[in-house]
Design a protein around this ligand. Structure first.
Ligand SMILES: [Mg+2]
Length: 460
């Protein structure tokens, strides 16, 4: 590309500023690969791992919806968290989620969908669970990009899926890309016979500290005191709980929120971390007011006080809070997190690997965060994928893993070897298996079907 501003190499005649821009653009040419470039598939100078093809191809994607029955003391969900839509009375009065569906007598119907990525070498990548919206996107939109492609070229496939998603850079579409990315990493690890954390550069440690997240537990003070004490007795050195009230609930709601923090601190003692989550549901004045009051209970962080889009609000809360502000669970990709870290809008970043763009993107977010000295504590949708990521990162970047106690009972129900922290830690040896280590427990599957919206076309 010619530099028109350099008198020694450009035309001698003066060029107007606007002309310079056009001139530079006009001079752009694709980078020449040069005469030595050749199709890698036809080359013979690199590789080769004996016994492994250099041209493995994805042959099919299966979306297996599994159905089984879980036994659990009633009720499974004891309480729900505060939600942004609770400012409307008709939403505020809604109860706990109906999933999993109660069959009565302490039995619950479990339905989970897993993605299988099949190849012509017989290696299968497994990922999930995922929801039906993501399955639809994978089956209809991402399938043409993936079938026939080399599954080992994960970065390339991610880029192609992303560039094909102009309207899907965040939300369900990015969550679908995340599911595929995790499945490709599982496949790559199985193909190489290595756990993913090793492919990513770990292990950075032998054990990962875990904190217990109490989503779905009753927040009646006596219940909180009992459960929090049990968690400490189990070895956890941190626990996170979820507010039920917000600005629309007035002074009484604020008292209930503060009572939760007071009860927790009284129950766990001074040396155990307590964290509290407002799940996007507050506003700036309420958040700052609460943060100042929560400081009395030495709360480690206040999570997602406002909606993820409100970056200026996060900055204002963060500047005025005596306790750490965390968030990012509902943000996506390196570009979404770039603004958070550049503006120092949060103190702790919480991307979810199955939502933010997969393992590939979570690694980039960790790299970005480490450059700004910000810790990453991934949201705990998938304990396996999260453990692999954390085990590959510096302890200063990823110091601790979230373990959602009830959520994991649902999400790991169909897994043969679900991750459960012991003595408050996750042993890295637990995930020392090829790929991500996910394996379905076929004995728990009562019925199953393949989800598909193709041939004939179906719609959600
Ligand atoms: Mg959260």
């Amino acid at each position: 590309m010619r530099d028109e501003t350099d008198a020694g190499t450009s035309s001698c005649r003066p060029i107007a500023a606007s002309r310079v821009v056009y001139s530079v653009v006009d001079d752009r040419r694709p980078f020449d690969a040069g005469p030595e470039a050749k199709n890698l598939d036809s080359g013979t100078s690199w590789n080769r791992n004996p016994g492994r093809s250099k041209s493995m191809k994805i042959t099919d994607l299966r979306l297996r919806e599994l159905q089984g029955t879980m036994e659990h003391a009633d009720p499974f969900w004891e309480e729900r968290l505060v939600r942004p839509q609770d400012i409307y009375p008709q939403y505020k009065k809604q109860g706990t989620p109906g999933n999993p569906r109660s069959l009565g007598g302490g039995r619950y119907e479990m339905r989970s969908t897993f993605l299988e990525i099949h190849t012509d070498e017989g290696v299968i990548g497994l990922s999930g669970p995922l929801d039906t919206h993501q399955a639809f996107i994978i089956d209809t939109k991402l399938r043409p990009i993936l079938v026939g492609a080399d599954p080992i070229a994960i970065e390339t496939l991610w880029d192609q899926m992303y560039l094909s998603s102009i309207h899907g850079r965040k939300g369900e579409n990015m969550m679908a890309i995340s599911v595929v990315d995790c499945g490709l990493w599982d496949l790559k690890g199985k193909w190489l016979g290595q756990p993913v954390y090793r492919l990513l550069g770990g292990p950075s440690r032998d054990v990962i500290p875990a904190y217990a997240s109490a989503l779905g537990y009753s927040i009646e003070p006596e219940d909180v005191a009992r459960r929090a004490s049990e968690m400490v007795a189990q070895g956890y050195r941190g626990t996170k709980w979820f507010f039920r009230d917000g600005p629309a609930d007035g002074p009484d709601g604020m008292k209930r929120n503060l009572k939760l923090a007071e009860t927790l601190r009284a129950s766990v003692g001074e040396d155990v971390d307590i964290m509290l989550d407002a799940w996007n549901s507050w506003d700036v004045p309420y958040s700052i007011n609460m943060a100042r009051r929560l400081a009395e209970y030495n709360v480690r962080w206040l999570e997602e006080p406002v909606l993820a889009d409100k970056l200026e609000s996060y900055k204002e809360i963060q500047r005025n809070s005596p306790i750490l502000i965390s968030g990012g669970e509902h943000e996506y990709t390196r570009w979404g997190f770039r603004y958070i870290v550049e503006h120092k809008a949060m103190d702790v970043l919480q991307p979810d690997i199955y939502w933010c763009g997969g393992i590939s993107e979570a690694v980039k977010i960790c790299n970005l965060a480490s450059a700004f000295d910000l810790p990453v504590v991934p949201h705990g949708h998938s304990s396996y994928a999260t453990a692999h990521l954390i085990a590959s990162q510096s302890p200063s970047t990823c110091p601790v893993q979230e373990f959602l106690v009830k959520w994991n009972a649902v999400h790991q129900f169909f897994l043969k070897d679900p991750i459960v922290p012991r003595d408050g830690v996750i042993q890295v040896s637990w995930i020392d298996k090829p790929g991500l280590g996910l394996e379905l427990d076929e004995t728990k599957i009562e019925t199953e079907r393949d989800l598909s919206w193709r041939d004939p076309p179906q719609s959600l």
